[in-house]
Design a protein around this ligand. Structure first.
Ligand code: MRU
Length: 344
């Protein structure tokens, strides 16, 4: 039996079946409930509702779902149709598409159940390694005494490994650097306030939770001297999409002359995407802005029927980025201008 374990995903794999469990992230931090995902529809629902989330982890989870369907003797045409449905579950995170493309390419060219399962396991293990490499490359930019702002959740809950931006923070902490993290709560779904705060507390990394609109004020007081975020899709010119509010963080850093880093694996680079204008931005339900929901239930505070705009992501232009911290290396603006992301 193969057992895959991450902070938010568990897979038990035998020749006869795959048991796939997800930690329901909509209930964190107050309830730690693992849910068994048995059908493709359940996995799609889990991705759309953000029970499972984070660009790298949804890619990994989707591939394990495809492997599960293969073990259950789903025919090749049906397997491809189900893979396509998974592909469309979230539009911005390119890791989902890149990972599924790898699976479908194999299914079309050389399908066996074993091959399909092996590739999904490989994609899980590869993500663990990519996170380690990003953490190593990124920690070099973190110094003793740094007070670092981060946005959304980019840790073990968002990947199969230690995370991307949060993996860098974790590595710097493990290296003995005395750092303090400011966590943007990350409206509307509070991935910072609920998830990053939960992870950093578990890791004993000193942190302070702030609302998103407090960051500029803290920068003006010189309480924040670096910012690091993850990404859902990086264009080859270095523009990148990440959780809504990331662009504001970058603009605030630029104004205050604070280094702003983005950390991601190569599976987040869309080599077909020339610039940020080409990145599709997911629009989500008005309810997420009209109120909030979690293990405590649902609260709506806005007047019923008020118009809402709710893009899940924004695009930060390359101009505002100090370094792109990837698994292979950390890249400068000059590297990006020379087209280094084209061959990711
Ligand atoms: O909507 P989410 O919670 O999936 O958004 C996640 C992010 O924006 C992360 O920063 C990104 O996926 C990178 S996670 C390593």
């Amino acid at each position: 039996m193969i057992q895959l374990r991450s902070l938010a995903l568990q897979a038990d794999i035998t020749n006869a079946k795959i048991s796939l469990r997800l930690l329901d992230q909509t209930l964190l931090p107050h309830e730690e409930k693992w849910i068994l995902v048995e059908t493709n529809e359940q996995m799609i629902e889990a991705i759309k509702t953000l029970r499972v989330r984070g660009a790298p982890l949804i890619g990994v989870a989707a591939c394990l779902m495809i492997a599960k369907l293969a073990i259950e003797k789903t025919s090749v045409p049906e397997l491809l149709a189900k893979a396509q449905a998974l592909y469309e579950a979230r539009p911005t995170a390119v890791n989902l598409m890149i990972c599924i493309d790898r699976m479908t390419k194999l299914i079309k060219s050389n399908f066996t159940i074993q091959n399909t399962v092996d590739l999904a396991v490989q994609i899980f293990n590869e993500d663990v390694k990519l996170c380690e490499q990003i953490a190593e490359n990124g920690a070099a930019f973190i110094q003793d005494g740094d007070q670092i702002l981060t946005h959304c959740n980019t840790g073990g809950l968002a990947t199969a490994g230690v995370g991307t931006a949060l993996g860098v923070i974790r590595k710097a902490h493990e290296q003995g650097k005395k750092i303090h993290i400011y966590i943007d709560e990350t409206r509307p779904l509070l991935q910072g306030g609920r998830l990053t705060a939960w992870e950093l507390k578990k890791l004993n990394i000193p942190c302070t939770l702030i609302t998103d609109n407090m960051a500029a004020h803290l920068m003006s007081l010189k309480k924040i001297n670096k910012a690091i975020v993850g990404s859902d899709r990086i264009a080859i010119n270095g523009d990148f999409a990440n959780k809504i509010g990331t662009y504001s963080v970058a603009v605030n850093c630029f104004y205050h002359q604070i280094p702003f880093y983005v950390a991601a694996p190569y599976t987040t680079v869309d080599t077909k995407c020339e610039n940020g204008n080409q990145i599709p931005i997911e629009q989500r339900s008005a309810k997420e802005v009209q109120g909030v929901s979690g293990s405590f239930g649902e609260v709506l505070w806005a007047p019923a029927g008020v118009a809402v705009y709710n893009p899940a992501f924004d695009v930060t232009p390359a101009k505002l980025v100090s370094k792109w911290i990837l698994d292979k290396a950390a890249y400068s603006k000059k590297d990006i201008e020379q087209g280094v992301l084209k061959s990711c």
